[in-house]
Write a protein that binds this ligand. Structure first.
Ligand code: F0G
Length: 458
């Protein structure tokens, strides 16, 4: 018999109190935070769906590993365990530990980027784009066209458009393409998976033109679930083997361990090219720490080695993907416009479709984010014109392709009743829709403005 209840495949051993707040308190907190939930304090939040990054609950095995952490400066046994775990998974010989994903991005993209260079991706994540642009290079997104229609069903909506990739290689010249970066799953493109076939085609194109192929692999295990269940030919391949095959197609990878390594902090850069590894390692030692710990403690590295095993457990991955789908399908049943099919780590709501009367330069995504907090203390993140919007020469907003709101689900943290509370909140949100008003930005920094921008109600 197939049960329809998705049972969490773990028991709870330690609990963390959630402070329940009143609507009046939340209104006050929101105003203090300039209507930017990144500026809220965590104890002002009831359900925190801001990110799935660094918010995992670690297992008892990982906590036991923490106690075993070897804090030696050089050659710690915890480092050797992490190095081996990453080598076995990625097949790359050269592993550089970093304190998180963006540090690995900075090491690699400042080495291979710079003025005149371009990077092409299915969609660059915001820190990826920022690191590339910071180096002086240009980041070009080439998701398949299906990706920009939130309601359209497609099994691998995260794929890179290989025709556009070829066009861009022609346009800029292969010698100027610093790397093709395939983000799996495609976070900024809705958490959608990338097929093995697509990764293979990208790999072949890169080989033909002598271009570096880098995987941004922070959700590679979740991506492997989709490959196994949606792509013919992988029914009998394990999740881990699927991930290994995908890594095998690339010249290297960047991984934020804060996602699919099930830890609170950490990351790495893995490379096949010794020269490039040596160049990056030199900067690693200057900026992050010695090459056998990067910015990490021994205990962090121990937990990463264990997390990289646990994340491929079939019961875990089944629960993970199915519980994200549970949230998505319940919201869909309520008539909330969401990106379908559900992604791996998050549900993305089409705020533009939910608030058709709010102009794009009044940020419908930010409106939804603030309304969810007001109503129920739910914190989540806008992925739209606040995060990716630019200005034209006259100062007019050039909006992002979509205005999405992301409900990112921390791994092994919330139970089904928490998720049911979120679903109920959306029933309320529908009733309040007509009363919502837009925002203008009153302060913004030059890069990654969504983290610290201030807003005012119009
Ligand atoms: N690449 C992708 C696809 C990511 O989603 C992230 C982080 C990074 C790189 C950078 O890793 O945070 O360890 O420095 N994403 C988080 C998120 C922040 O909320 O989606 P990091």
């Amino acid at each position: 018999m197939q049960f329809k209840t998705i049972i969490e495949p773990f028991r709870i051993k330690t609990v963390e109190r959630i402070r329940l707040t009143t609507p009046e308190q939340r209104e006050e907190y929101l105003q203090h935070a300039h209507f930017n939930p990144f500026l809220l304090h965590s104890d002002q939040v009831i359900i925190d769906l801001l990110t799935d990054s660094g918010t995992s609950a670690m297992s008892s095995a990982q906590w036991a590993g923490i106690m075993r952490g070897d804090e030696s400066y050089a050659g710690a046994s915890s480092w050797l365990r992490m190095e081996k775990a990453v080598q076995d998974l990625t097949g790359c010989p050269y592993i550089l530990p970093t304190h998180q994903g963006r540090a690995a991005e900075h090491l690699l993209y400042t080495r291979i980027g710079g003025a005149g260079k371009v990077f092409i991706s299915n969609t660059h994540f915001d820190t990826t784009r920022a690191n590339i642009e910071f180096s002086g290079a240009t980041a070009i997104d080439c998701p398949i066209p299906e990706n920009s229609d939130p309601a359209l069903l497609h099994p691998f909506k995260g794929n890179l458009d290989t025709a556009k990739l070829l066009e861009n290689i022609e346009k800029y010249g292969p010698e100027n393409v610093a790397a093709v970066v395939l983000t799996v799953t495609n976070n900024s493109g809705g958490g959608q998976p990338v097929s093995m076939e697509n990764a293979r085609q990208v790999s072949e194109i890169c080989k033909k033109y002598g271009i570096r192929f880098i995987l941004d692999a922070c959700r590679i295990a979740e991506n492997a679930w989709f490959v196994k269940h949606r792509e013919p030919g992988f029914e009998h391949t394990t999740y881990r083997e699927i991930a290994q095959q995908m890594f095998g197609l690339a010249d290297g990878c960047i991984m934020s361990a804060k996602k699919d390594a099930l830890v609170n902090m950490g990351g790495f850069l893995a490379l096949r090219d010794l020269d490039l590894a040596v160049q990056c390692r030199t900067v690693l030692i200057i900026t992050e720490g010695y090459s056998t710990y990067g910015g990490l403690s021994g205990r962090d590295m121990e937990a990463i080695a264990i997390g990289l095993e646990e994340v491929f457990e079939p019961d875990y991955l089944h629960y993970r993907i199915k519980s994200t789908e549970y949230l998505a399908e319940n919201l869909h049943a309520l008539g909330i416009p969401i990106m379908r099919p559900a992604g791996g780590h998050a549900v993305y709501i089409d705020a533009r479709a939910f608030y058709p009367d709010i102009p794009l330069d009044q940020y419908p995504g930010q409106v939804m984010v603030c309304e969810l907090y007001r109503l129920a203390g739910i914190r989540c993140c806008e992925i739209g014109s606040v995060m990716f919007g630019k200005y034209d020469a006259s100062g007019q907003l050039i909006p992002a392709t979509m205005d999405l709101v992301r409900l990112a689900i921390p791994r092994r943290v919330y139970t089904q009743s928490h998720i049911d509370y979120v679903i109920e909140t959306f029933e309320e949100l529908r009733k309040h829709r007509a009363k919502a008003s837009g925002f203008r930005i009153t302060y913004e920094p030059p890069f990654l403005r969504h983290f610290t921008a201030h807003f005012a109600t119009i």
